[in-house]
Design a protein around this ligand. Structure first.
Ligand code: HEM
Ligand SMILES: *[C@@H]1O[C@H](CO)[C@@H](O)[C@H](O)[C@H]1NC(C)=O
Ligand SMILES: *[C@@H]1O[C@H](CO)[C@@H](O)[C@H](O)[C@H]1NC(C)=O
Length: 299
């Protein structure tokens, strides 16, 4: 049974990455979407009109991800952040930010595996004898994603490390202020934006500080990939634009008029995303740290 399950998983990932490459190539050939036409009519955010922002109240579940929290704050995911289907998360991120279908399936599947739950709903797998229906759980609360060293890791740009902030569900304003101070770019319209180099520099600084102050600090290769992936999402989905990122990162609110800067016809592919991760991670330099802390180095 577990052999079949692993074989099915391997098949799924080979299939997903092959399909993703096709999407990336097709995006290269097809003309880009026109700004203003990224979100289809009738979907939240079409024409820059987002459903009302309601900050989280008592008992609402929130997590370490600003994007998922923002979707819940606008009611695109359930406002209480509870009992969310993995497939519902896929649909919400795909249509709100124009991520490719492959990207939108990959990350929620990773999250489902991390939580030892099923990505697909019980209905969807009912006919699939490979999976034991009795143990199936296909939903999660946002706070479930906060498991330390699952996807959540030390040295984040927006949250204190889990040792100092075990909840992980609210932004750290001092860290965010520091992050914004590192933006140096200008886009074609003259707006202040983060560049790849800005985010590499900010990440290097943050990792150095976290390593020096947190005795539990760990950050291995996969976690570095997630960390630079988060930076890549700020560059690709927001064009690095500081005016949009201020409400998004500090209040977890999508500003009026916001539209994803992903103009690729079939959405942001994992391939393009990974190339950006590689470029950001490659340029991150950590300063030398006192040797006591260096023994926590895991990568
Ligand atoms: C598709 C499902 C998604 C899942 C399961 C997910 C999950 C997570 C998790 C667990 C973290 C915490 C990592 C850390 O410790 O820093 C995180 C952080 C982050 N996520 Fe997401 N995320 C998703 C989609 C997105 C999208 C679509 C965006 C951008 C539009 C995004 C932007 C970010 C950013 C910027 C951070 C960095 C937080 C920090 O540095 O403190 N995420 N996400
Ligand atoms: C990206 O946006 C375009 C335009 O609205 C849409 O046709 C396409 O389906 C979107 N991509 C995905 C993967 O949802
Ligand atoms: C990094 O650490 C996490 C959590 O301990 C683990 O699941 C993952 O496999 C590790 N990755 C690498 C490349 O060591």
């Amino acid at each position: 049974m577990s052999f079949l399950r692993n074989a099915a998983k391997l098949f799924n990932s080979v299939y997903l990455f092959t399909w993703d490459t096709c999407i990336a190539l097709a995006n290269l050939i097809a003309p880009n979407l026109k700004p203003g036409s990224v979100i289809p009519h009738g979907r939240p955010g079409a024409g820059g009109k987002w459903p009302e922002f309601v900050p989280p109240g008592k008992g609402d579940s929130r997590c370490c991800c600003p994007a998922l929290n923002a979707l819940a704050n606008h009611g695109i995911l359930p406002h209480d952040g509870r009992n969310i289907k993995f497939t519902e998360m896929t649909h919400a991120v795909q249509t709100s930010f124009n991520l490719s279908s492959t990207f939108s399936i990959f990350v929620p599947t990773f999250a489902a595996n991390m939580l030892h739950r099923n990505y697909k709903t019980v209905r969807q797998i009912a006919s699939n004898i490979l999976i034991d229906i009795h143990s199936s759980q296909d939903k999660f609360d946002l706070a479930d994603l906060n498991i330390h060293n699952g996807i959540e890791h030390d040295g984040s740009l927006l949250r204190e490390d889990a040792r100092f902030d075990p909840e992980q569900d609210k932004p750290s304003l001092p860290l965010i202020t520091e992050l914004f101070a590192s933006a140096t770019g200008k886009d074609a319209a003259g707006n202040l934006v983060f560049t790849h180099a800005d985010l590499s520099r900010a990440s290097g600084k943050r990792r150095t500080a976290a390593r020096a102050t947190n005795p539990d600090f760990t950050l291995n290769k996969s976690q570095k990939g997630f960390a630079s992936g988060n930076c890549a999402s700020l560059l690709l989905v927001f064009g690095g634009r500081v005016a949009d990122l201020e409400p998004f990162l500090t209040e977890e609110r999508i500003p009026e008029g916001f539209e994803s800067r992903v103009l690729a016809r079939w959405g942001l592919s994992l391939l393009v995303f990974n190339l950006n991760i590689f470029n950001i991670e490659r340029a991150i330099k950590e300063e030398a740290v006192p040797t006591v802390m260096a023994q926590n180095e895991t990568a």
